[in-house]
Design a protein around this ligand. Structure first.
Ligand code: AMP
Length: 297
């Protein structure tokens, strides 16, 4: 089984063509729903009493919710605006609300999860949670500029506590204070990560392990409407695929990156979570085949 911990949110997302107000979001939400295409996935998260019942239904339709908490107060809220190119997003508001003083605990049944993903979240909470698992085979984390600028030292400690870091290029530069992505990955490896995956939006990703650099293309699309959660969907697919194979060999990790690119591409084609919800296994395998055809020479 796979356990995902991180933010579940109510988002306002401003895209050039459409503004989505108070939609279901959160890094852990995207990652866990993406992962659930591959393996049974448990979500540990906290929301407030304002969290709509229909959003909880979406979560329970896809995920195991033993670790899902509803607390007095307001749900974490995020407000972000994309520019016309859809490649840059400005954060207008981050309201932690119930997430601010959440004391996460891992349900007994999840403690034996061999695969754990710490989605974007307070790094101190992520560190606390990872310590509660007994049998981890592979763990991975992500972060965002909000945490890098407010809790950089804790982000570095979190990186020490996991096997792999998946992070976007701008955040990798901000965190490591380097400009070259190879230098960024080396620094994160010095901090303790065995694998570093740097996401480059529509341009795909670079995966680093030892002296191996594995570049992978994004799945090219003509119509992108909302990139929110693409990175989380990428990471969720990666770790979900690995958990389904119960394997972390380098060749499976490379394959997992391909699944990451493919699920990321589904996420950006529709607004909010719509690109991930209702996705069929055959949709995924069809696109993976196309992806393979695209890169074969
Ligand atoms: P992504 O587009 O992959 O960066 O992920 C976007 C999701 O991350 C949104 O649904 C937000 O709710 C969530 N998010 C934004 N800022 C934060 C933060 N500081 N901590 C945790 N989650 C966040």
């Amino acid at each position: 089984m796979l356990t995902v911990f991180g933010s579940t949110a109510i988002d306002t997302i401003r895209t050039p063509k459409k503004v989505l107000k108070n939609v279901l979001g959160g890094a852990a939400t995207f990652a866990a729903i993406s992962a659930s295409n591959f393996v049974r996935t448990g979500l540990i998260a906290v929301v407030g009493k304002d969290f709509p019942k229909e959003y909880q239904k979406i979560l329970s339709d896809h995920l195991d919710l033993k670790g899902f908490n509803i607390r007095k107060g307001k749900t974490f809220r995020y407000d972000g605006k994309f520019d016309n190119t859809l490649s840059t997003r400005e954060t207008l508001k981050t309201e932690l609300n119930v997430l601010a003083d959440f004391e996460p605990t891992v349900p007994e049944e999840y403690k034996k999860s061999q695969f754990v993903y710490l989605a974007n979240n307070d790094p101190d909470q992520n560190i606390k949670v990872i310590k509660e698992f007994d049998k981890i085979k592979f763990s991975m984390c992500d972060t965002i500029n909000f945490w890098i600028t407010t809790k950089r030292e804790s982000v570095i400690k979190m990186i020490k506590a996991v096997d792999a870091v998946v992070i976007n290029d701008e955040e990798a530069k901000l965190l490591t204070k380097e400009f070259n992505l190879i230098k960024c990955s080396k620094k994160m490896m010095e901090w303790g990560a065995k694998y570093v995956i740097i996401k480059k939006g529509e341009h795909g990703s670079l995966m680093f392990f030892d002296d191996v650099i594995f570049p992978s293309a994004g799945f090219s699309l003509e119509d992108v409407v909302d990139p929110t959660g693409a990175g989380d969907s990428f990471a969720g697919a990666m770790i979900g695929y690995l958990a389904s194979k119960k394997s972390t060999t380098l060749s499976e990790i490379k394959r997992a990156v391909v699944y990451g690119n493919v699920l990321g591409s589904f996420a950006v084609e529709k607004y909010g979570l719509d690109g991930l919800i209702g996705l069929k296994k055959s949709d995924i395998s069809k696109r993976v085949k196309l992806y393979e055809k695209m890169i074969r020479f």
